[in-house]
Design a protein around this ligand. Structure first.
Ligand code: PMP
Length: 450
């Protein structure tokens, strides 16, 4: 490794960071992370912390899974790359598509289309949704509906359906024909409704109204995350998604789930679709498909949608989308190994148990610390605390105090992710009870220092 001064100077001089303003990055240089082991990371100063973010909600199996590392290394020896464009395939990607077909069969999805990550998987869903309607002769169905507060990656399509102004305004004008419905976010919503069930009804009515306003026969799809992630961990009322499914089916609108965070066990279920008991038309996955060991993603397609494509011999059904790295053999080998490990370790059950411990723990913290305005989670290992400066006005805690919280928590031994006023806690799904206890103690310490 190069020396610390070289790294710091060159990071400042040559690197722009995602989701960061270059000026801010210069003023507050990033921590340089040098090692990951189990559920822990170490920075260049040798300070070790529990990674309560789980990478970026993706390192579900932790940082030292031997089976995954071996699979990648073996595949690099066998075949480091070949394309899966028309005419060629590879053994790893075929095994993976078989395994994913089995994994998502209960959700009604058995076809895979491979990508390089979450934003790609979302983009593919949007493209396939429009194409599906065109093949069926309903070329007027081009619009997309999604939730405010939703996050769907950074491609232009994803940014257009994104429901958070922070990820949109810099890049407008975005794709035409995208409209947003209020999210079932009890702490802040335009209806001032705090009851989750009543709020779900109001949001569903807003969806019905928007469909009527736009005209159902102009809408291609509705897209949402089963539990909103980057928007601050917003789990909808359990009845919300099944009702959305019914509304979509009744109106000929496809239901697309963005499961980039939620698939593969994070919710304490194998998928958000299964968690909420719905069968979507497509889902976008990435992140834990390879647990951060390799950039990779997959869009899963339902049997019903697949049949429309597969029974059409014309150019209309040609999938004119794809990436150089679609079905990359090393990524596929990593994904096969990750899926085997995910199932062998049955990570969903640990996510459910540790998620309950985490959620009970943050409830206790809320009773103790006034700066916690809201806590959300209780669905596996997706938890958030919203920090506020004033309980009545719900004003976000000021940035300097949030920074103090973050630094003190890190110094105590836990890395969390802060996004606006939200503290996101999404550790690896293999985390043990004692480590969750330590995260909660470190959060307690950080909150007392803010
Ligand atoms: N959708 C959701 C729900 C996500 O959380 C993310 C990433 N945080 C994406 C899409 C984009 O994935 P990627 O960063 O791999 O492109």
């Amino acid at each position: 490794m190069k020396d610390e001064n070289f790294l710091k100077a060159n990071n400042a001089q040559h690197m722009w960071h995602p989701m960061t303003s270059p000026a801010d990055s210069l003023a507050n240089p990033p921590r340089i992370i040098t090692k990951g082991s189990g559920v822990r990371i170490t920075d260049i100063d040798g300070h070790e912390t529990i990674d309560a973010v789980g990478g970026l909600w993706n390192v579900n199996l932790g940082f030292s899974n031997t089976a995954v590392k071996e699979a990648i290394s073996n595949q690099l020896d066998e075949l480091p790359y070949y394309s899966t464009f028309r005419g060629t395939s590879n053994d790893q990607v075929i095994e993976l598509s078989y395994m994913l077909g089995e994994f998502f069969k209960p959700d009604g999805l058995t076809r895979s289309f491979f990508t390089s990550g979450g934003s790609d998987s979302v983009e593919v869903m949007l493209r396939l949704a429009r194409q599906y309607h065109k093949i069926k002769g309903e070329s007027g169905r081009t619009k997309f509906l999604s939730l405010k507060k939703g996050y769907h990656g950074t491609h232009m399509g994803g940014a257009s359906i994104n429901g958070n102004a922070n990820f949109r305004t810099q890049y407008e004008p975005l794709m035409a024909g995208c409209y947003h419905i209020p999210a079932p976010y009890t702490y802040r919503n335009p209806f001032n409704e705090t009851d989750p069930e009543k709020l779900a009804q109001l949001c569903l009515q807003a969806l019905e109204d928007e469909i009527a306003f736009q005209g159902a026969n102009t809408i291609a799809a509705f897209i949402m995350e089963p539990v909103l992630g980057a928007g601050g961990v917003i789990p909808p009322h359990p009845g919300f998604l099944p009702a959305v499914r019914e509304i979509c089916s009744r109106n000929g609108i496809l239901l697309l789930l963005d499961e980039v965070i939620t698939a593969y066990g994070r919710l304490g279920s194998w998928s958000g679709a299964r968690h909420f008991g719905v069968k979507p038309d497509m889902i976008a996955t990435a992140k834990a498909i390879t647990n951060g060991y390799y950039p990779f993603g997959a869009t899963m397609i339902s049997d019903t949608v697949a049949e429309v494509f597969e029974s059409d011999q014309t150019a209309a059904a040609n999938i004119a989308s794809g990436y150089t790295y679609s079905g990359h053999p090393v990524g596929a080998a990593a994904a096969v190994a990750c899926l085997k490990e995910t199932l062998r370790l049955n990570v969903k059950d640990n996510a459910a148990a540790r998620g309950t411990q985490m959620f009970e723990g943050v409830q206790a913290l809320m009773a103790k610390h006034d700066i916690i305005g809201d806590i959300r989670g209780g669905v596996g290992l997706m938890t958030a605390m919203e920090l506020i400066g004033d309980k009545d006005k719900k004003a976000p805690l000021d940035k300097a105090r949030i920074a103090k919280f973050y630094e003190a928590t890190y110094a105590a031994g836990t890395m969390v992710r802060v996004s606006g006023p939200n503290v996101i806690i999404s550790p690896s799904l293999v985390i043990e009870q004692a480590d969750v206890t330590k995260i909660l103690a470190d959060l307690d310490h950080g909150l007392s220092q803010a």
